[in-house]
Design a protein around this ligand. Structure first.
Ligand SMILES: O=C1CCN([C@@H]2O[C@H](COP(=O)(O)O)[C@@H](O)[C@H]2O)C(=O)N1
Length: 350
C-alpha cells in the first residue's frame, strides 16, 4: 500500500525549532466522549466603568486611563519583569545556574471600545495598532535584547480582560523560543546561503497545499509542521528582518491580512476564536548591531480549539512526555480556514 499523508501516520520536521511532530490522520475517525466546554458567551458592553482598560477608568496603580481615541499603552501594574532590581549571584555549579532578568511589561489597548474585534474594526484602526506595535518595538528595542508582543485572546487562553488588548514584555535576555529560532535560521543560512523562511514562503506559495490567505505583501499558512490544530504563520512575501522594517504597503496589507485571518478563525466555529499570537523578528538591543541576515520577521497564531467552539486540544500525556501529536492534518486545517469567508460572521446580514 502506498503512503498517503492524509491517511497514514508519519512524523514531520520543524526546521525552525529543530523538532519533530507526530501526525496521525487515521485518528480523525475517533469517537469523542471527552470533555465538552460551554461556548463563552459574547455580550461584552462597549464600555465597562469597572474595567481599567476602558477610557477614564482608574487602574490598580491609582492612575486613571485617559480618554484615548485609538491605542493606549501603559506599564503593567502587576509586571512579570521590573526594572532596576537586585541581581542573583553567579554560580559555578553547572546544576544550579541563575542569571539576571531585567525588563519591563506593558499593556497595549487596541481600541477605546471593549466590544470590537480586529475584523470588525476599520482597517485604519488596525493600521494604528500595527503602527503602535512598531513604535513599541523601536522604543523598547533600543534597550532590550528581546521585545515580545503577544495577544492572549479569550478566557480559554487565560485572558482576564475582554477589552481588546495585548501585552508587551521586554527582556534583557533572549528567551528560549527566539533563541532556538535564531540558532536554526542561522544554521540554515550558513549551510545554504539563503534564509530559511524566505525559502519556505516561496515553496509554500508554489505548492499551494497549506495556504489560508494571501495578498500582495503577506501569506498566511498552516505550517507543514504545525502542532496546534489551526496554528498559522503570517509570512512576508518581501524579506524583512524586523517589524520596524515594514514599509507603508506592507503595513497596510498586514492590517487587511490580520482582519481576514481573525474573521476566518471566528467564522470557523462562529465564536471569538481563542488564541495566543505574537511576532518574531531579529533580536534588538545589542542585536541591532549584529549581523541578523538569517532572520525573517513573521507572525505566529497558536489557537487551542480542536473541532468546535467548546472542544480544545490539550498538550498533555504523550505530548508532554514524548512529543507533540496531531490528528487533523495541516493541509485539512488550512482548507477549512481557507474556505471561511473573510468577512466576520457578526457583520453579515441576518
Ligand atoms: O489596573 C490594572 C488592571 C489590569 N492590568 C494588567 O492588564 C493585563 C490584562 O491583560 P490579560 O487579561 O491579558 O492578563 C494584566 O496583565 C494585568 O496585570 C494592569 O496593569 N492594571
Amino acid at each position: 500500500m502506498a503512503f498517503n499523508p492524509n491517511e497514514h501516520q508519519h512524523v514531520r520536521y520543524n526546521p525552525l525549532r529543530n523538532e519533530w511532530i507526530l501526525v496521525s490522520p487515521h485518528r480523525t475517525l475517533r469517537p469523542w466522549s471527552g470533555q465538552v466546554e460551554t461556548a463563552p458567551l459574547e455580550n461584552i458592553p462597549a464600555y465597562d466603568p469597572s474595567n481599567p482598560l476602558c477610557p477614564g477608568v482608574k487602574r490598580a496603580s491609582g492612575l486613571v486611563t485617559p480618554i484615548y481615541e485609538s491605542t493606549y499603552v501603559f506599564t503593567n501594574d502587576f509586571p512579570a519583569l521590573l526594572e532596576n532590581v537586585p541581581e542573583p549571584p553567579s554560580s559555578d555549579d553547572p546544576l544550579f545556574q541563575a542569571a539576571p532578568a531585567g525588563g519591563t511589561c506593558r499593556v497595549m489597548c487596541f481600541h477605546p471600545k471593549s466590544n470590537v474585534y480586529l475584523p470588525t474594526m476599520k482597517s485604519e484602526e488596525v493600521e494604528a495598532i500595527i503602527e503602535e506595535w512598531i513604535n513599541q518595538m523601536k522604543d523598547l528595542g533600543r534597550k532590550y535584547q528581546w521585545v515580545q508582543i503577544f495577544e492572549n485572546r479569550g478566557s480559554m487562553m487565560g485572558c482576564s480582560n475582554p477589552h481588546p488588548h495585548c501585552q508587551i514584555w521586554a527582556s534583557s535576555f533572549l528567551p528560549n523560543e527566539p533563541k532556538i529560532k535564531d540558532e536554526n535560521q542561522r544554521n540554515y543560512f550558513k549551510k545554504y546561503g539563503r534564509r530559511m523562511l524566505e525559502d519556505y514562503t516561496k515553496k509554500e506559495l508554489a505548492k499551494r497545499e497549506r495556504i489560508v490567505w494571501e495578498n500582495n505583501e503577506w501569506v498566511v499558512v498552516v505550517p507543514y509542521w504545525a502542532v496546534w490544530p489551526f496554528e498559522t504563520m503570517v509570512l512576508p512575501k518581501r524579506q524583512i528582518q524586523r517589524f520596524a522594517d515594514c514599509d507603508q504597503s506592507q503595513k497596510k496589507e498586514l492590517a487587511l491580512t490580520l482582519q481576514a485571518l481573525v474573521a476566518k478563525y471566528d467564522n470557523l466555529f462562529k465564536c471569538s476564536f481563542p488564541y495566543s499570537m505574537g511576532w518574531h523578528g531579529a533580536p534588538t538591543g545589542d542585536g541591532l548591531n549584529e549581523d541578523q541576515c538569517h532572520w525573517t520577521f513573521h507572525g505566529i497564531y497558536y489557537p487551542p480549539l480542536l473541532r468546535s467552539a467548546t472542544v480544545k486540544k490539550f498538550m498533555v500525556g504523550y505530548e508532554m512526555l514524548a512529543q507533540s501529536q496531531r490528528d487533523l492534518t495541516a493541509e485539512k486545517a488550512a482548507a477549512m480556514l481557507r474556505e471561511q469567508p473573510e468577512q466576520h460572521y457578526s457583520l453579515s446580514k441576518p
